[in-house]
Design a protein around this ligand. Sequence first.
Ligand code: ZN
Length: 141
Amino acid sequence: MTIRVTLQMNGKCTRREYKTHARAMNGLKRWFSGNKGLALVYQPGQQPVVYQSVHDLPIHQVANETDFYRTQEWRSLRVDVLAESGRRCLLCGNSPDNGITLHVDHIKPRSLFPELALEKSNLQVLCEDCNLGKMTSELSF
Ligand SMILES: [Zn+2]
């Protein structure tokens, strides 16, 4: 996939290409930090999107979604929560000894409560099945 970006400043156009949308957004963030102008972003098969400042960029969602689970804060919190759970699923009591995978789940989802993302009281340990069951029951509402 190629993301084409046209940067317009003082009547001059510059064109750039990026391999991913996230890289394009990061490139635009840097560009807007030193320039005032317009950025037009063309993604294959989609309408072009115009950005006028760094505040227009959907950069926070992009960065949070891809990077959150790689942060040191999350990793060490996750280890703590797993240790305190006794390495068992809160709902069914299964442990990795039974061949299941444990997930550290956000009780209130990060998409709606980003401020609780690193709040220990908002975390619970679920096995894969129970975690998927939770998502399914949320979807059916
Ligand atoms: Zn379970």
